[in-house]
Design a protein around this ligand. Sequence first.
Ligand code: TRP
Length: 333
Amino acid sequence: MTERKRILSGMRPTGRLHLGNLHGALDNWIELQRQYDCFFFVADWHALTTDYATPGEIKNNTWEMILDWLSAGLDPEYCTLFIQSDIKEHAELYLLLGMITPLPWLERNPTYKDQQQQLDTKDLSTYGFLGYPVLQAADIIIYKAHGVPVGRDQLPHVELTREIARRFNFMYDREVFPIPDPLLTEVPVLPGIDGRKMSKSYGNAIFITEAEDSVREKISMMLTDFHRVRRSDPGDPELSTVFAYHKLYSSPSEVVEIAEGCRSAQMGCVECKQRLAKNMLEKLRPLREKRLQLEQDMDLVREIITAGNAKARGEATRTINEVRATVGVSAWQ
Ligand code: TRP
């Protein structure tokens, strides 16, 4: 049997996941887990690069996110799930990569300046934040990953990882690290209930294991075609957030029916929303049930992560030993 290619990806611990996370990344991970040797981890040190002043939520968010991963269908039989800060070898490789990474590569990283501007309530002129992509490079190459499934926003980080890996191999004249490929997950941005991009911080998100009543209420607040003032006015479904969701959660024939009902004013927004709620809740029911079950069995969840950590640590240790020998810095070897 040929070895399966290795895939690695991580998410910062943001707590409970929303539908944007599910359709943007998690569904893709679940798809990949049977085909590849997958490693997925919680990037809690990365969370600390921006939230170092208020780290209180990180621990809780880590377990919340892991519960949602398992509820959505990441399966520890198929993939290795672990927590970054439990694998100290990432930190050692990060330090060694820091030695060979030219400062201008980091200073011209587009997400560096971008994020500094966007998160302007936080002081991000720190060494740790500048080094964010070096830590990410260490995460990836310590597992000798071949592919890294990411969204478009992370492409500069994977590109930097490739450059750092190449530079290491070249500098020490040894092909220690394979050069990883980004696996771009193209997903249209999912609108939140207010029509803007779905984001926890905008308060417009629907969570993947949210209670039924709460989902119904959020759907009832969703924006529709705002030109359609009266029930008897014809509407344009393409202007409606509700319709964008029907495309994800309703059958193709129902989508056609809804579009026609909207255009001809035969169907009102209330009915359209009720139908969406029914279809969405039906699809999310297994996730919600799995989550309730897992919450009753946190020992099992901890065991899954303990086992994943052990496997990840084994791989990371193997690489870091090779790296130490290659750099030749350990006086005892
Ligand atoms: N920076 C990534 C994000 O914000 C998270 C991340 C950390 C990651 N390390 C990684 C993703 C390694 C892929 C591979 O989404």
